[in-house]
Design a protein around this ligand. Sequence first.
Ligand code: ATP
Ligand code: ZN
Length: 225
Amino acid sequence: MTQSNRLRIAIQKSGRLSKESQQLLKSCGVKFNVNEQRLIAHADNMPIDLLRVRDDDIPGLVMDGVVDLGIIGENVLEEEQLERQLVNKPADCTKLRELDFGSCRLSLAVPNEFSYNDAQSLEGLRIATSYPNILRRFMQEKGINYRDCMLKGSVEVAPRAGLADGICDLVSTGATLEANGLYETEVIYRSMACIIQSNQPQTPSKQALIDKILSRINGVIRARE
Ligand code: ATP
Ligand code: ZN
């Protein structure tokens, strides 16, 4: 019995999006308490369940219709969409709107001593990233050959560790790059958090609840501008 009459919303369990995702829903009048040990938080005043998961799992859960809505970085959504298109898995969902947090960019960066002119300077070199599909698309568009170094974490230490010549990683202030002796050379993708909806058919009551939440989100964000 995986169908539910309650609206399921996936949010990041802990990380850069989790506090603001919870805050946004609370500002929309959804009352809930999070138990750090629990995957699910039930709202007290609306038929809504929050699923607290790794951010990487959120796009797939929405695309597979396991949950109705998800709050996720556009970078992770884009990467998952490209990955699923490659392996012919369902990759569709609807972006309801961009949110007003989670701003970052996916950028190329190289060691300070690297003399970089343009992306062609990376021809034949090895690039460490957690976003192989977004990187591949960018490099293919430019006609540049490069070698992959796929890392889920510690991407910024890869050049110093001798694992890669450059990196393609998320940046917001640039402090992490600087601390690792790297500089940003090229922005390849700009990202914000967004709210996405599954393309599975919804019951009228769930769709009405989604419309209500979305209209409240619009109001909350407008008031914060
Ligand atoms: P999880 O444990 O859920 O997999 P994570 O370590 O993959 O977490 P976080 O570092 O919490 O992810 O980042 C979540 C999202 O926050 C990113 O995918 C991105 O959309 C956004 N973000 C905003 N600024 C940054 C930044 N400076 N570095 C990384 N992510 C950022
Ligand atoms: Zn993650």
